[in-house]
Design a protein around this ligand. Structure first.
Ligand code: WQD
Length: 343
């Protein structure tokens, strides 16, 4: 199949979206970003341009605004596929603002699908999350592991969006969808020009570590040391954001393969779990920096451990994560140092 000329990336200025745009452009795709700047800035498009030599087209709009979304798709009616990242994604915030999360995350997907249908674009890669599994009974998690009750409204929007997509393909086989269930993305592009830039105090482990070591935050609080894990701290399948970005390109190209129709799901992790203390040890080893931390109570909603069985993505997408934990932690620190220089 000839490469589709234009790929729409919604939320393409965000952490995972921006890294995916870089990988798409470096493989010869023309990219149009749709982003509402709610959790990113337009300068990210310029930084992407500095990496790839081509600044992606940026359309600033809120995809949960139906009129704006349909107008956007009419302008880009020649798009060959959509990679849909645009969503609010702060787990803790979703607990306090459930209506915003349901409205924003579900309306955006519904209007994107309506826009795609209007212009005959039928291929979509959906940004899902391992959070749909809750605390699995058996590890590693396969794509057939039952989805459990979501631990947050954020997680529930991911589950609902997966169901919207699977019901849509049941009604019409013209659609082709892939849902990528991410594990824990960390790290930054090797150029240190793009990376994670959470609003406010980071809820996630890696950006908190880098901001704390940079002297921007107090010492790291390790939420719980009494879990039934080898060192008592929770285990997650951390994956380099560039590996995750490459998985999106492989998934988008898989959608174009003859014979694929309907919907499929892929776990996107490394297949290996690391504890919080192991991440800290990796960071110190890879950067030579000391991480000051205090052991605190468990954080509500945290699961004990999860890591992926990634054999399906390897078999069908021909994709496998190739960056190790030290590359993840050292790239996160390089990005933090570059941020400090850019201030
Ligand atoms: C990782 C570990 C914390 C901060 C979340 C979302 C998930 C996905 C990835 C979107 C846990 C511990 C953290 C801190 C700590 N996002 N921790 N001190 O919760 O596994 O997953 O982000 O799809 O949906 O749920 O990631 O980085 O918040 O936590 O001890 O200051 O680090 O307890 O064990 P999490 P995280």
């Amino acid at each position: 199949m000839a490469k589709p000329k234009k790929i729409i990336v919604t939320g393409g200025l965000g952490y995972i979206g921006s890294h995916t745009v870089v990988e798409l452009q470096q493989r010869g795709y023309e990219v149009v970003i749709a982003d509402n700047l709610s959790n990113s800035s337009a300068s990210v498009a310029d930084r992407i341009g500095r990496i790839t030599g081509e600044t992606p087209v940026l359309e600033v709009l809120d995809l949960s605004d139906r009129t704006a979304c349909l107008r956007f798709f009419n302008i880009h009616a020649d798009a060959g596929a959509v990679i849909h990242f645009a969503a609010a994604k702060a787990v803790n915030e979703s607990v306090h603002k459930p209506l915003h999360y349901y409205r924003n995350n579900i309306d955006a997907l519904l209007y994107v699908l309506e826009g795609m249908e209007a212009v005959g674009c039928r291929k979509l890669v959906f940004s899902s999350s391992c959070t749909v599994y809750g605390q699995p009974e058996r590890l590693p998690v396969t794509e057939d592991t039952p989805r459990l009750e979501a631990m947050s409204p954020y997680g529930n929007t991911k589950r609902i969006c997966e169901d919207i997509l699977s019901d849509t393909v049941k009604a019409s086989q013209e659609w082709k969808f892939l849902a990528l269930r991410y594990f824990n993305p960390i790290g930054a592009h090797e150029s240190a020009l793009i990376g994670e830039l959470p609003n406010g105090v980071p809820a996630n482990l890696m950006p908190y570590i880098t901001q704390s070591v940079a002297g921007l935050r107090p010492a790291l609080q390790v939420f719980g040391h009494d879990y039934p894990t080898p060192d008592g701290t929770p285990v997650r399948d951390y994956i380099h954001v560039s590996d995750l970005a490459e998985a999106h390109v492989a998934a988008m190209e898989y959608l174009g393969k003859p014979g694929f129709s309907g919907m499929d799901f892929f776990n996107v992790g490394t297949g290996r779990g690391y504890s919080v203390l192991e991440v800290i040890q990796s960071f110190e080893r890879a950067t030579g920096k000391k991480v000051n931390y205090e052991i605190k109570e468990r954080r509500q909603g945290d699961i004990t451990q999860i890591w992926a069985d990634t054999s399906k993505a390897s078999r069908l997408l021909g994709w496998k994560a190739c960056r190790d934990l030290d590359q993840m932690t050292s790239s996160a620190w390089k990005w933090q140092e570059n941020l400090a220089r850019a201030k």
